[in-house]
Ligand binder design. Structure first.
Ligand SMILES: Cc1cc2nc3c(=O)[nH]c(=O)nc-3n(C[C@H](O)[C@H](O)[C@H](O)COP(=O)(O)OP(=O)(O)OC[C@H]3O[C@@H](n4cnc5c(N)ncnc54)[C@H](O)[C@@H]3O)c2cc1C
Length: 470
């Protein structure tokens, strides 16, 4: 930052409400490191606007003075996109109001700093469902979830964030406010601008509010865990369960034995759900419009699956708290993995039908590269997205392990290409995947650069993220 920009920051501070900014190192530190502890950054200033008008004023000033900014939500992003390296941080956390709930339209308008869990609860209070659900839902905010086009555990039934946004309000770098919060489900009037901002990782503007799509709240939920012989067995079971439950499967998550062992070792109170302790299990959630019916549907379908040798063991949650316990096991795999040591993470997707063959080929490749590697592959197999992570067999691996397995990472992404998959299923590109993104895209990146230059000609919006530096 040059001396003119330092002086400009002083001017900016003097224009803002004193509550709206901070240079306190303790407060700043929560905003300068990522959740995984992989990226350590720094910022000269944290700004906490309280209104869209304030965001517009800040961006206009920063654009005029060519000051780079980084929008931040809950700072739970996993690809380094929310860690500043000198940019000023604009935290949306004070903008967390519910602006409107429209029951008949099944829509909820909230500000960007609303935490996902709060939004789910707002919807539930109105007997509606906001179906996005993921491990970081107690911290991740709507603006961040939109900007990363988050996925989570219900994509199989309800789609990604992109499918759950009816409209957006956002501020472009020059301070222009675009607003489309009317909640229309049909609007064919040209380019759909909101879709440009969804998944843009803060590179095109700041999302300040969104109108979200709600669904009828299911009258009952059935949650169970079943032992499957292999990932192929999981895909076979998914196919069977979809028809045996009449399309009632809402989530279908693959869990490896090693991942669950790590959870039991490191997360207080966690215990294995199946006595048979299988190598592979799946967590299945089904819903029903009838009270107390979902568990019956699940039980009957799993009974048939057992008869057909698709599963060897199963347990169905007998209460809401047991269902919660099952989900905690699944959601705690990243935490158990983190406590075990550093792991090379690959958030990849292929067609559901190709997932078993991909996992087999990738596992063989990784394990033959180094017998110390332990594959920890888990997640949203129901939508073709697996977190294909490489840990060390021994606990306590550090950065040297990540360095050592780098060639495998490249080979895994090449394999994803062979299978026609994506190297980033749901976490985005950020900083972490820029190199791999650049290595396999050219036309798309060229078009993205044209869009970026048109909307952000001074390149002030999260300038180091997503698009590879030229
Ligand atoms: C334990 C755990 C589990 C997770 N599970 C999943 C999962 O299942 N599925 C999944 O998709 N992700 C998952 N994530 C990743 C993460 O939660 C998501 O990427 C989430 O969308 C990030 O939201 P956030 O508010 O924390 O955003 P941040 O981390 O603050 O920001 C993420 C990106 O969005 C930009 N941004 C933030 N707010 C705005 C805004 N208002 N306007 C413009 N740009 C903005 C930032 O600049 C950054 O590039 C998980 C993370 C953790 C820690």
């Amino acid at each position: 930052m040059n001396s003119d920009q330092v002086a400009s920051l002083e001017t900016l501070k003097s224009k803002l409400d004193p509550k709206a900014w901070s240079v306190d190192p303790t407060e700043l530190s929560a905003h300068t490191q990522d959740w995984r502890g992989r990226y350590q950054g720094q910022t000269p200033l944290l700004i906490k606007p309280a209104s869209t008008a304030e965001v517009a004023e800040i961006l206009t000033f920063c654009n005029d003075h060519q000051i780079a900014v980084l929008p931040q939500g809950g700072n739970t992003g996993l690809v380094g996109g929310s860690t500043p390296q000198g940019e000023i941080v604009i935290s949306l956390r004070r903008m967390n109001a519910v602006r409107d709930l429209d029951i008949a339209n099944e829509s909820l308008c909230v500000e960007a700093g609303a935490i996902l869990e709060t939004v789910q609860q707002e919807a539930a209070n109105a007997n509606k469902l906001f179906p996005l659900s993921l491990g970081a839902q107690g911290s991740a905010m709507i603006g961040g979830l939109i900007s990363t086009n988050a996925g989570g555990v219900h994509v199989l039934r309800y789609g990604m964030m992109r499918d759950l946004v009816l409209g957006l309000e956002a501020v472009l770098p020059d301070g222009t406010i675009i607003s489309d919060l009317t909640g229309l489900r049909k609007n064919n009037t040209g380019y759909d601008l909101k879709q440009l901002l969804i998944g843009a990782e803060g590179t095109l503007g700041i999302v300040t509010a969104a109108t979200l799509k709600l669904y009828t709240h299911p009258a009952s939920l059935g949650v169970g865990i079943a032992a499957v012989p292999s990932p192929q067995g999981a895909v076979d079971l998914l196919d069977f369960m979809k028809s045996a439950t009449g399309g009632a499967v809402a989530a279908f998550e693959l869990m490896p034995k090693f991942g669950l062992d790590l959870v039991c070792d490191h997360v207080p109170g966690a215990r294995l759900p199946l006595e048979s302790d299988p190598d592979w299990s799946v967590l299945i959630e089904v819903t029903s419009g009838e009270a107390d019916r979902a568990s019956e549907i699940l039980e009957s379908a799993l009974g048939e699956a057992f008869e057909k040798d698709l599963i060897s063991d199963a347990v169905i949650a007998q209460s809401d708290s047991q269902a919660h316990e099952f989900w905690m096991l699944r959601e705690s795999i990243p935490e158990g993995e983190k406590a075990h040591g550093k792991a090379a993470k690959h958030d990849v997707s292929v067609a559901v039908s190709k997932m078993p063959s991909f996992m087999h080929a990738a596992s063989r490749m990784a394990e033959s590269f180094d017998p110390d590697i332990k594959v920890i592959a888990f997640g949203h197999v129901g939508d073709g997205n697996v977190h294909f992570n490489l840990g060390a067999k021994q606990a306590g691996a550090g950065d040297e392990f990540i360095e050592k397995v780098k060639p495998v990472t490249r080979a895994i992404y090449d394999l994803v290409d062979e299978y026609g998959g994506s190297i980033s299923a749901e976490h985005g590109i950020g900083i972490l995947k820029q190199g791999e993104f650049a290595a396999r895209q050219s036309t798309d990146i060229a078009i993205m650069r044209v869009i970026k230059a048109a909307i952000d000609p001074n390149n002030i919006m999260n300038p180091r993220v997503l698009l590879p530096q030229t």
